[in-house]
Design a binder for this molecule. Structure first.
Ligand SMILES: [Zn+2]
Ligand SMILES: [Zn+2]
Ligand SMILES: [Zn+2]
Ligand SMILES: [Zn+2]
Length: 451
C-alpha cells in the first residue's frame, strides 16, 4: 500500500527553528530523525521511516503528558518517579491521605505538584465511593483510573495556563516545558460517533465529576476561576507544530451531550470554597470535558512491566498514561516496531530493518495475545476496543502465518518475557531516538541476553 508523504507534515528539526525565536508557550520541537508523520488516505496520520532504520534502533522515546499508577498497583509504585519504593526499605514509602497514591520519599511527594491540586478532590471521592447510593459507587477500577488520569491532565493544563499568564505578565518566555502541551492532547481524535449509549452515559457521569473538580476544587485553589479557558476553536493550530493536522479527522467541534435526558446533577461533593454550587459554571465545562474524555479513551496507553511480580507471569499492567506523540503509530497484527514502558516513559524500537517511507506499526493487542490469537479474534478485539476493521497484511492473507513475532519470545524455561534491545536499559532518557550499534537484545523479564 502506498503511503503518500506530504512534506508539510514532516517534523521540523530544532536547527531549523531555534528556540530563541519562540515567542509563545510552544514546546521545543523534538529531534525525531527516525520518524515523520505522514497522511494516509484511509488511516489518517501515521508514522513512516524518514531514514534507514536497523532492527533494535530506538525510534522514539516519549515522556507522558500525564500518567497515573493504577488502582491495583498504587501501594507498590511511587506516583512521582514511577519506581518501586527502595527495595528492602518499604517503611520509607509514604501513603497519601487520599489513599490513591504512594511516594517512595518525601522528595517525590513534594515534587508531585499535580497531585497537590487534586488530592482533596480524591479524598472526597473516596468517601463518596463508599456510599452505595452514589453514582460513582458502581464505577469499576478502570473508570476510576481513567478519571484519575483526566484530573491530572486538567491539573497539567491549569499549570500551563498559569505559566502562560506569568510569562505574559513578565514579558518573557520560559522554555521549561514538557515535550507536549495541552493543545497536542486536544488535537487527538475523539471518535465521538463510535461509542455506545452506555459508554456515553458513563462519560456524562465522569464529566459531571470532573466539572465539580474544576469549578469547586482546582480552579479556586489556583485563583483561576475567571481566567481558565478551553482551547479556542478558531486558534490557528499551526502555532502548535509538533502535531501537524490532517484535514479530515481533527476538526475539533466541541460536541454537545447526545443523550436526550439532561446531564445528571453534579455529585454531592462538598465544595471547598463556595457555599452554593455555581451550576452555570459547572454546565459550561461539560461539553469540553466530554470531548476530552473521548480523546483520552481513544488514545491513552496502558503501562506494563515485569518489575513487580517477575517474569513467570505475563507483563503486568501498572498504570495509564497519555503520550501525544505516540498516538501516530498505527496498528498491525504483524508489527515492525515494539515498545516498552520504563517508569511511565514509552520507548519504541524497530523489530526489523526499515526503509525510508515504510509505515511503522505497533500492535495494539497485548503482546502475549498477539502471537496466538486467530484473525477473527484479533479483528473482534480491535473493532470493539479501537473502532477499526484491521486490514493489515496478516489479516488479509490467510496463508500469512509467520509473523516472526515468536523470535522475540524469551526461550528461558518458564519465562514469559520478550527480547527488547539492550540499549533500552542504558539509553539516556532525554534522547528521542537512538541508533543501537551493539545489536544486543535482552529479555525484559529475566534479563537473559542474546545477539
Ligand atoms: Zn519516587
Ligand atoms: Zn493524596
Ligand atoms: Zn490485522
Ligand atoms: Zn526471559
Amino acid at each position: 500500500m502506498t503511503v503518500g508523504v506530504l512534506p508539510s507534515f514532516s517534523y521540523t528539526t530544532q536547527t531549523e527553528q531555534p528556540l530563541q525565536k519562540q515567542t509563545t508557550s510552544i514546546p521545543p520541537l523534538p529531534t525525531l530523525s527516525a520518524l515523520q508523520v505522514t497522511q494516509h488516505a484511509y488511516k489518517g496520520r501515521c508514522y513512516t521511516a524518514q531514514t534507514h532504520i536497523k532492527a533494535g534502533d530506538i525510534i522514539l522515546q516519549e515522556n507522558p503528558y500525564a500518567v497515573i499508577v493504577d488502582s491495583e498497583s498504587w501501594t507498590k509504585i511511587c506516583s512521582n518517579c514511577m519506581k518501586e519504593p527502595v527495595a528492602g526499605q518499604p517503611q520509607n514509602s509514604i501513603i497519601c491521605e487520599c489513599q490513591f497514591v504512594t511516594y517512595c520519599s518525601e522528595t517525590c511527594q513534594q515534587k508531585d505538584s499535580l497531585h497537590q491540586l487534586e488530592c482533596k478532590f480524591w479524598t472526597d471521592m473516596k468517601i463518596l465511593m463508599q456510599k452505595s447510593d452514589s453514582t460513582i459507587s458502581s464505577w469499576d477500577g478502570y473508570t476510576f483510573d481513567f478519571t484519575r488520569l483526566l484530573t491530572r491532565v486538567l491539573c497539567q493544563y491549569i499549570f500551563e495556563q498559569k505559566e502562560q499568564e506569568r510569562n505574559h505578565n513578565n514579558n518573557h518566555n520560559n522554555n521549561n516545558f514538557k515535550s507536549s502541551n495541552f493543545h497536542h492532547v486536544w488535537s487527538m481524535v475523539s471518535n465521538q460517533d463510535s461509542f455506545s449509549q452506555n459508554q456515553k452515559d458513563l462519560f456524562l457521569s465522569i464529566s459531571s465529576c470532573l466539572s465539580v473538580f474544576l469549578v469547586s476544587y482546582a480552579l479556586p485553589a489556583q485563583q483561576m476561576s475567571s481566567q481558565f479557558s478551553w482551547p479556542n476553536e478558531s486558534q490557528n493550530r499551526s502555532e502548535y507544530p509538533l502535531f501537524p493536522l490532517s484535514q479530515t479527522n481533527t476538526t475539533s467541534t466541541v460536541i454537545k451531550p447526545t443523550t436526550t435526558t439532561p446531564p445528571p446533577p453534579p455529585p454531592p461533593l462538598p465544595p471547598t470554597t463556595q457555599s452554593t454550587f455555581p451550576l452555570d459554571q459547572y454546565e459550561a465545562h461539560i461539553p469540553y470535558l466530554l470531548e476530552l474524555i473521548m480523546k483520552e479513551e481513544c488514545n491513552s496507553f496502558g503501562l506494563y512491566t515485569f518489575e513487580y511480580t517477575g517474569s513467570k507471569t505475563h507483563r503486568q499492567p501498572f498504570g495509564l498514561a497519555l503520550h501525544p506523540q505516540a498516538i501516530f503509530f498505527n496498528h498491525s497484527c504483524s508489527p515492525n516496531a515494539g515498545y516498552v514502558s520504563r517508569h511511565g516513559q514509552l520507548i519504541f524500537y524497530a523489530l526489523q530493518d526499515l526503509n525510508p517511507n515504510d509505515e511503522i506499526c505497533i500492535s495494539y493487542l497485548p503482546l502475549e495475545k498477539d502471537n496466538n490469537a486467530s484473525s477473527i479474534q484479533r479483528k473482534e478485539y480491535l473493532k470493539k476496543t479501537f473502532f477499526f476493521d484491521c486490514d493489515c497484511e496478516r489479516c488479509n492473507n490467510p496463508h500469512f502465518d509467520d509473523t516472526k513475532l515468536s523470535n522475540n519470545l524469551c526461550f528461558v524455561k518458564d519465562c514469559k518475557g520478550w527480547f527488547v534491545p539492550k540499549s533500552i536499559s542504558t539509553v539516556n532518557p532525554s534522547c528521542t531516538s537512538f541508533k543501537d550499534e551493539s545489536k544486543r537484545w535482552y529479555c525484559e523479564g529475566c534479563g537473559f541476553e542474546r545477539i
